[in-house]
Each structure stands twice: as structure tokens, then as C-alpha cells.
Design a protein around this ligand. Structure first.
Ligand SMILES: Nc1ncnc2c1ncn2[C@@H]1O[C@H](COP(=O)(O)OP(=O)(O)OP(=O)(O)O)[C@@H](O)[C@H]1O
Length: 340
């Protein structure tokens, strides 16, 4: 039967089998990794010609958690994930994943990770069960074990009734569930999810995240890339990326707390005009309207209370100024060039 999808493990074996595809200057210098780290990188870089797609990234990703890469299009999320999986050779740096040096030991890593791409990598002409059977054979699962896993996952992800449906005839949310089932068929310790919710509606996104927390509850580690703030906020920890650089990392609530006192909301009429006036002040980093309010991020470093400062700096008018709780979007704006 002809297939139209692109399976991850159908990529050339040469990717995996090269004895040591790493350039000598970036072979692993250290083999020590703390027991709680699923992933550890030092000076990790990938350059495509002059473009620094990923530049000098240091990461320590704990096991048993959901770790997020938050960044806009082109910030290097996919490139980073592909290097961590051993699918792309770094230009420089050290990578350890599950205690293995990558890419040298990528072959040994292969059976311990699952990878779900934003396009879901399904075979449209195969049914749900055929997709699963095919991937089980690629993972090398014995027939009996494969059948048990397939039945378990069909049940777990509510796909029993659609087992004979072709992937092409499934909705976005159903395809997403199938892609997650396929990526976890071989019970990997570590899951890489590259923008897994970009093609699904909010309800399916919510269910999908619940499934991720179930997997974490079973001891899995999950690395997920996203450009949605609300998704990033669900992660235990995250790294904010921009133009291949790591701008900030930490727990979402800790990152938001760091901005406490610097976010101000203005409610009133003529918000577009107030926005321009606010942006002309040197203490204002950014201003963006959200419904009936103008959200203003201040630069900090000033001893005066930001709300008070704005009240005295803006011309009098029919509006109210209040300090607001920082959001992850504020964190993102504060640590990227999004305000410029
Ligand atoms: N094989 C390649 N050759 C040349 N440039 C590349 C290659 N792969 C990625 N890039 C470039 O590297 C940069 C980072 O791309 P990457 O796909 O990693 O970003 P991303 O954050 O995953 O983006 P998106 O959210 O759009 O998927 C981009 O400028 C991209 O064009």
C-alpha cells in the first residue's frame, strides 16, 4: 500500500549509524550528568552558513517534568530538538541525553525517546491501527507486545471505535491523539513534542495537556516546544528562546514574580492615544492593548512606584492606572526584543 506520510524512523540509517559524526572540536568533554537531569547541554550551537540558528545554549532539563521551549517562529526550537534527538549534528557544544553523549550514542538513545512533530508524521493512507502496527515494527516491538500496546493505547486515547479509519479521514484532534499514541508506543522515557498543538482547537489542546501530565505522573520526561503563552505557563520549567539565543529560563511563576511591580494597567477612553504617550516615556518598555485595558511594561530600576510614575508623567484624562499581576507574555516581552 502506498504511503504519503513521513515517518521519523524512516530517515536514513546513516543518520544514526555514523561512527562519530561529531566534528573533533565539539566531541564531548565531560561525561558527568546529575542523576536528575534528563538533558544537559553546554555551549550548544548550530550554524547554517552565517545564520546562527542555535547559539551557545546551556540547558539543564530535570527528569520527570514537562520542560517548555517558548519562542517565536525561527527562534531555533526545532533545530535544538533535532540536535537533542541526535538527528542533527551540532556545530559546537556538548549534549547529554538520558546519560548518553549525543550524537555519538544516538543509536542507543533511539529506543528510549519518542518524537512528535508539528505535522504529526502520520501515514494518511493507513488506518489508525495500521499506522500503529507499522511504527511498532519500526521500533522493533515483538508482535505480542505490539498488539498489547496498541490495544492499550487505542483505549487510553479513545480511538477504539476509529481503529479502522484512515488517518486522512481524521480530525485535527484525532490525528494529534494518534500521533501521541504512535510516539509513545515503545514506552519511551523521554518525549520530544515539537509544537504538537498548533493544528488543534482549545478543547483538544486542553485534553492533550492532561494526557501529558498523565505521562509525567508515570515518570516520563517531556520536552515541548510552543509559541503559545498559555501552554508555556503549564510547563514545570521553560526556556525562552529568540533568534537562537536562550534569553531566560526557570519556573513560569518564578519568572513572572521577577516582574512584580513593573506591570501597570490603564483603563479608560482614548487608549490608543494614551499608548503613544506612554511609549514616548523612557521608563516604558512596551504597551499593548488587551480589550478595554492598556497593559504597560515598565523598565524598572526607578525608585518611584511605576503606577505613580505613569500618573504623574501622562497628561490628565479619563482613565485609571493600577498595578497588575505580571503574565508570561510580560516576561516574554521583557526578555526579548519584542518591545523594540
Ligand atoms: N536546514 C536548514 N538550513 C538552513 N537554515 C535552516 C535550516 N533549518 C533551520 N534553518 C533556519 O534556522 C532558524 C531556526 O529555525 P527553527 O526551525 O529551528 O526555528 P523554530 O523556532 O522551530 O521555528 P518554527 O516555530 O517556525 O518551527 C530559522 O531561521 C530557519 O530558517
Amino acid at each position: 500500500m502506498p504511503v504519503t506520510g513521513h515517518g521519523w524512523f524512516t530517515w536514513p540509517n546513516s543518520i544514526w549509524n555514523r561512527a562519530n559524526p561529531y566534528p573533533p572540536e565539539c566531541r564531548s568533554r565531560s561525561t558527568s550528568v546529575t542523576i536528575d537531569s534528563a538533558i544537559s547541554t553546554r555551549g550548544l550551537s548550530k550554524h547554517f552558513g552565517k545564520l546562527k540558528a542555535v547559539n551557545d545554549i546551556e540547558l539543564e532539563i530535570p527528569s520527570g517534568q514537562i520542560y517548555g521551549f517558548l519562542g517565536p517562529n525561527g527562534s531555533g526550537k526545532t533545530t535544538l530538538i533535532r540536535m537533542l534527538c541526535g538527528l542533527l549534528t551540532p556545530t559546537a557544544g556538548d549534549v547529554q541525553v538520558l546519560g548518553l553523549n549525543i550524537p555519538e550514542q544516538a543509536e542507543a538513545l533511539r529506543s528510549r525517546i519518542g518524537y512528535m512533530t508539528q505535522k504529526f508524521a502520520l501515514y494518511d493512507d493507513l488506518t489508525v491501527r495500521e499506522n500503529m502496527r507499522f511504527m511498532a515494527s519500526i521500533y522493533g516491538l515483538p508482535r505480542r507486545e505490539a498488539n498489547q500496546r496498541i490495544e492499550h493505547l487505542l483505549d487510553r486515547y479513545n480511538m477504539g471505535a476509529m481503529r479502522d479509519r484512515r488517518a486522512a479521514a481524521m480530525s485535527g484532534g484525532q490525528r494529534q491523539r494518534l500521533a501521541l499514541a504512535v510516539a509513545t508506543l515503545h514506552s519511551p522515557d523521554l518525549l520530544f513534542l515539537d509544537e504538537p498543538t498548533s493544528a488543534v482547537d482549545p478543547e483538544n489542546r486542553r485534553d492533550f495537556w492532561e494526557s501529558l501530565f498523565d505521562l509525567v505522573d508515570e515518570g516520563k520526561t517531556i520536552l515541548v516546544s510552543t509559541h503559545y503563552m498559555d501552554e508555556a505557563e503549564r510547563c514545570h520549567r521553560l526556556a525562552i528562546l529568540e533568534t537562537g539565543e536562550l534569553r531566560k529560563s526557570g519556573k513560569p511563576d518564578q519568572l513572572m514574580r521577577e516582574l512584580e511591580g513593573l506591570v501597570v494597567e490603564i483603563e479608560g477612553s482614548d487608549l490608543r492615544q494614551i499608548k503613544n504617550q506612554a511609549l514616548s516615556l523612557p521608563q516604558v518598555r512596551s504597551a499593548a492593548q488587551q480589550g478595554l485595558r492598556l497593559r504597560v511594561l515598565m523598565r524598572g530600576g526607578d525608585s518611584q512606584d511605576p503606577a505613580q510614575l505613569l500618573r504623574s508623567a501622562l497628561p490628565p484624562g479619563d482613565y485609571e492606572i493600577k498595578t497588575a499581576r505580571p503574565s508570561l507574555e510580560d516576561v516574554f516581552v521583557a526578555c526579548t526584543a519584542g518591545d523594540e
